[in-house]
Design a protein around this ligand. Structure first.
Ligand SMILES: Cc1cc2nc3c(=O)[nH]c(=O)nc-3n(C[C@H](O)[C@H](O)[C@H](O)COP(=O)(O)OP(=O)(O)OC[C@H]3O[C@@H](n4cnc5c(N)ncnc54)[C@H](O)[C@@H]3O)c2cc1C
Length: 737
C-alpha cells in the first residue's frame, strides 16, 4: 500500500480494468472464467440491455423477448456453466466463482436476467448436491444446451419450495406439499402422487421440470423429501398466473399447482425400503441446506454489481449537470465538474463505491471459499465410507473432535509448523473451511443485499429526479427495487441472521476470527492507510461484546445470547457482516497491489488505482467500525435498567449536606459532585443518576481506542472524493438507456 507521499503523486485515472478486477477477485489465473465474463457481458450489455431499454420490464407475462434471452444465455455458454464437460458443460470442477461472475455481469445490467439464468441452476442444484448419479447424469444432460449437430431444446427447470400462505416462507419446515403412494407392485418402483402448490416460483412460465419440496402423507413414506416433477407427468402441471411483481420482470414468476403421478425414483437422492416403508435418503431440509448454502452467495454478488455499475452513470450525470447553461461556460468549474464541485455529492458517491467494493470482495471471497470446500466435501464422503463412519451421531463426534484440534492449532503463534496440519489433514482442513463458509455465505447474502439495497437508494438519489425515471442511465431505479428482492428471496434477512447467530459462535470460526485480528494489525503496520488497524479494534470490540453477552443477563435476569433473543443475536450478526466485508475488501486490494506489480499489462496506472482503492478501504473500515461501535454499545448497555431517582438508584449519590461537611476539609469538592441529592430530596433534572460503568470498563476503553483509530479516515475520504472528480470515464455508457 502507498505511503502518504505516493498518494499525492498518483491517483485514479480510469475505472478499474478487467485485469485489475481479475486480480482482486481471484481469477487472474483462470482463463476460462475470464472468457466467460466476456461472453456474459456481451449478452448483458447487448440483448438484455436492449430489452430493458425497450420496455421489456413493463409486462408480467413471459414474452418472446424474454424467452429469447434464454437462447442468448445458451449461445454464450451461460447455461452450460453449471454442468461438467461430460454432461455438456463448459469446464470441470467447482462452479461457485464461475456462477458468481455470471450473476455479477448480468446483474450489472438487470437483476431479472441474472435470476432467469440462475433459477435454472437453482432447480438443478438439489439434483447436483444430493441427487443419485443417475439423476445427476440424466437431468444435467437434458438441461445442457444442445451440442452442434444436436436437434433438441435444453430443458429448463424451476425450484419449488415456497407455498401459499400460511405454509412455507421463511419457515421452511411448514410444508403443505404432500406425497403418497398410489401404486406399489411387487418388485417395481412405487408410484407416487404428488400434490404441491407453489408461491412465487421463478422460471415457472416455461419450466420443463420442477424440483419440489413435499412432506409424507402416507405412513409408508418417512418424513419429507424433494421430488422431481416433469411437465409430461400424468396429472396437473398448472403454471398458474404470473406474479404481478414490481422487480426482476425479465424473469418468470408464478404460483403453480401440481398434482402429478411420478415414479419413486424421482425422489432426490433416492430412497431405501425398510419394513415396507420408503425412507428417502435426504429430507427436504437436508437438500435445501446444501443448495442454499451455495446459491445465496451468487445472489449477494448481484447486488454488488448494481452498486459498482452505478458509479459511471452517476459520475457522468454529476459532471454534465450544468453544461449548456449560460453560466456554465466551457472551462469553468461549473462546466467541468458540475455537481462534483460539491463535496457532499462526491462523498456520497465515495460511500457507494466503497460499499460496492466491500460487497463484491465479500461475495467473491465466499464463492472462492466454496470452490475450495466442494472437493473437500467429496473427499469427506470417501473418508466416511473408507472408515465405515455412518450415521449422523458418529459423523458429528468425528467433526467435534476435529474442531477441538483445529481450535488448538489455530491458537498457535504464526509460523509454528504444527499449524500446517490445518491444510494437510483432511478433517482439520474441512472443519476449518466449513466453519468459514458457514459465516461467509449468510454474511454475503445478508449484508450485500440488505445494506446494498439501502445504498442503491443513495445511488438513485444522487441522480435527482432522473434517478426515479425509466430514462435513468444504468437503470438505477430498477436496480434499487430489484435489490430488495435479492434481500428477500432464497431466504430474507431474518434467515441469514438466524444462521449467522449460530455459525458465528462456532469456536473454529472464532479461533480464525482471532487470527484475523492479528493479521489486520500486521497489515496495518505495513500498510497504515488501509484502515486495518481500526478494523482490528472493531473486531476486538465485537468479540468482547459477543463473549460479554453470552455470559450476561438482562435487567429481569433473562439470558441475553439465546436463539429466541433476536434483538441480541441479530444485531450482533449484522455487526459481524460489516467487519467481514471490510476485511475482504482490504485483502483484495493487497492482492491487487502485490500481484499487479508483477503484471506488465496493468502496471501503468496501478499505483494510482491502489492508492484510490486503499482510500476506499479506509473509508469503509471507518464506517464498519462506527457501525460495530454503535451496535455493540447499544447491546452492552441497553439491557441494563437505568438507575432511577429512588432509594436503590441514589444509593451511590452524594447528598448535599455530606458535601457541605466535606467542603470544610476538602475545599472545592462541591464542584466535583455529580448527581447530588439536595436537602429537600431534589436532584438534577435528568433520567436518573448516571450509570456506574465498572463492569463495562473494558468496553469503554475499547470504544475510546476505536474513536482514536478513526484518525485519518476522513482525509482518506477527501482524497478518494478528489480522485473521483478527476477520473476519466468514457463519453457514453456501453449499454443503452
Ligand atoms: C420474485 C420472487 C421470486 C421467488 N422465487 C422463488 C423460487 O423460485 N422458489 C421458491 O421456492 N421461492 C421463491 N420465492 C419465495 C421467496 O423465497 C420467499 O418470498 C421468501 O423466502 C420469504 O418468504 P415469505 O414471502 O413467505 O415471507 P415471510 O415468511 O412471511 O416473512 C415476512 C417477514 O417476516 C420475517 N420473518 C419471518 N419469519 C421470521 C422469523 N422466524 N424470525 C424473524 N423474522 C421472521 C421475514 O424476514 C420477513 O421480513 C420468490 C419470491 C419472489 C418475490
Amino acid at each position: 500500500m502507498p505511503t502518504a507521499t505516493s498518494i499525492e503523486r498518483e491517483t485514479l485515472r480510469t475505472l478499474p480494468s478487467d485485469a485489475a478486477r481479475q486480480l482482486q477477485w481471484g481469477f487472474a489465473d483462470l482463463y476460462d472464467l475470464q472468457m466467460l465474463v466476456q461472453s456474459t457481458r456481451a449478452v448483458a450489455r447487448g440483448p438484455v440491455a436492449r430489452l430493458v431499454a425497450s420496455g421489456g420490464r413493463n409486462s408480467h407475462e413471459w414474452t418472446e423477448g424474454k424467452a429469447a434471452l434464454l437462447e442468448a444465455f445458451d449461445g454464450a455458454g451461460i447455461t452450460a456453466v453449471f454442468m461438467n464437460p461430460e454432461e455438456g458443460g463448459l469446464f470441470a470442477g467447482p462452479k461457485n466463482l464461475a456462477l458468481a461472475l455470471v450473476a455479477f455481469e448480468l446483474a450489472w445490467v438487470d437483476g431479472g436476467a441474472a435470476t432467469a439464468s440462475l433459477a435454472g441452476c437453482l432447480a438443478l442444484a438439489p439434483i447436483h448436491e444430493r441427487g443419485t448419479i443417475q439423476q445427476q447424469s440424466h437431468y444435467m444432460k437434458l438441461a445442457a444446451p444442445a451440442q452442434p449437430g444436436e436437434d433438441r431444446k435444453p430443458w429448463r427447470g424451476a425450484f419449488c419450495l415456497t407455498e401459499p400462505i400460511p405454509y412455507v416462507g421463511v419457515d421452511t419446515g411448514m410444508l403443505n406439499g404432500k406425497v403418497r403412494i398410489v401404486e406399489w407392485q411387487t418388485g417395481e418402483d412405487p408410484v407416487l402422487q404428488v400434490e404441491k402448490r407453489g408461491r412465487f416460483i421463478t422460471n415457472i412460465g416455461f419450466a420443463n421440470f420442477v424440483t419440489a419440496a413435499v412432506d409424507s402423507d402416507d405412513e409408508r413414506i418417512k418424513g419429507s423429501c424433494m421430488v422431481i416433477l416433469e411437465e409430461g407427468d400424468p396429472g396437473i402441471f398448472d403454471r398458474g398466473t404470473p406474479t404481478r411483481k414490481m422487480v426482476h420482470q425479465l424473469s418468470s414468476t408464478g404460483d403453480p399447482i401440481f398434482n402429478l403421478r411420478i415414479p419413486a425414483s424421482r425422489i432426490v437422492g433416492g430412497y431405501e425400503i425398510k419394513d415396507g416403508v420408503i425412507i428417502p435418503r435426504y429430507s427436504h431440509s437436508e437438500v435445501i441446506e446444501a443448495v442454499f448454502r451455495r446459491t445465496r452467495v451468487t445472489v449477494g454478488v448481484m447486488t454488488s454489481a448494481k452498486l459498482l455499475s452505478a458509479v459511471e452513470p452517476i459520475v457522468r450525470y454529476q459532471r454534465g449537470r450544468f453544461r449548456g447553461a449560460e453560466t456554465a461556460t466551457p472551462g469553468s468549474v461549473r462546466y467541468q465538474l458540475g455537481l462534483q464541485a460539491r463535496e457532499d455529492s462526491l462523498h456520497r458517491l465515495t460511500d457507494i463505491w466503497a460499499t460496492g467494493e466491500a460487497s463484491a470482495s465479500l461475495g467473491f471471497a465466499a464463492a472462492r471459499t466454496f470452490d475450495e470446500l466442494d472437493p473437500l466435501e467429496k473427499q469427506m464422503d470417501s473418508f466416511y465410507a473408507d472408515r465405515g463412519v455412518t450415521g449422523a451421531k458418529a459423523k458429528s463426534k468425528l467433526l467435534r473432535d476435529a474442531s477441538d484440534r483445529a481450535v488448538a492449532l489455530l491458537q498457535l503463534p504464526a509460523g509454528d509448523e504444527r499449524k500446517n496440519a490445518l491444510n494437510s489433514d483432511l478433517l482439520l482442513h474441512f472443519v476449518t473451511l466449513d466453519s468459514l463458509a458457514d459465516v461467509l455465505c449468510p454474511a454475503a447474502k445478508l449484508w450485500n443485499t440488505g445494506w446494498g439495497a439501502q445504498m442503491m437508494r443513495e445511488a438513485v438519489s444522487l441522480m435527482g429526479g432522473y434517478g426515479i425515471t425509466e430514462d435513468c442511465p444504468g437503470f438505477l431505479g430498477n436496480k434499487w427495487m430489484d435489490a430488495q428482492l435479492e434481500a428477500t428471496y432464497e431466504g430474507p434477512e431474518a434467515v441469514q441472521r438466524r444462521q449467522l447467530s449460530v455459525t458465528m459462535t462456532n469456536p473454529v470460526f472464532l479461533a480464525q476470527f482471532r487470527g484475523w485480528i492479528r493479521k489486520m494489525r500486521g497489515i496495518a503496520s505495513e500498510h497504515p492507510g488501509t484502515g486495518a488497524c481500526a478494523l482490528a479494534t472493531a473486531m476486538t470490540m465485537w468479540l468482547w461484546t459477543l463473549e460479554h453477552l453470552q455470559h450476561s443477563k438482562d435487567a429481569e435476569g433473562g439470558k441475553l445470547y439465546q436463539s429466541a433473543r433476536q434483538g441480541v443475536t441479530f444485531p450482533l450478526a449484522d455487526a459481524l457482516c460489516w467487519l467481514v466485508a471490510a476485511r475482504c475488501q482490504i485483502l483484495d486490494v493487497l492482492r491487487l497491489q502485490e500481484k499487479g506489480a508483477e503484471d506488465a499489462s496493468i502496471a501503468e496506472g496501478l499505483p494510482g488505482l491502489v492508492n484510490f482503492l486503499t482510500d476506499l478501504c479506509h473509508v469503509q473500515s471507518a464506517r464498519a467500525s462506527g457501525e460495530v461501535a454503535r451496535i455493540c454499545a447499544e447491546l452492552v448497555f441497553g439491557y441494563n435498567r437505568h438507575p432511577a431517582w429512588d432509594e436503590e438508584g441514589t444509593r451511590g449519590c452524594w447528598h448535599q449536606d455530606e458535601l457541605n461537611d466535606l467542603e470544610a476539609i476538602m475545599p472545592g469538592i462541591n464542584s466535583y459532585g455529580l448527581d447530588v441529592i439536595g436537602q429537600n430530596g431534589s436532584h438534577p433534572k435528568k433520567a436518573g443518576p448516571c450509570v456506574n460503568w465498572a463492569s463495562q470498563q473494558p468496553f469503554l476503553t475499547l470504544q475510546t481506542k476505536l474513536s482514536g483509530c478513526l484518525t485519518g479516515s476522513r482525509l482518506a475520504k477527501d482524497r478518494a472524493a478528489d480522485a473521483i472528480s478527476k477520473l476519466m470515464i468514457p463519453e457514453a455508457l456501453d449499454y443503452p438507456a
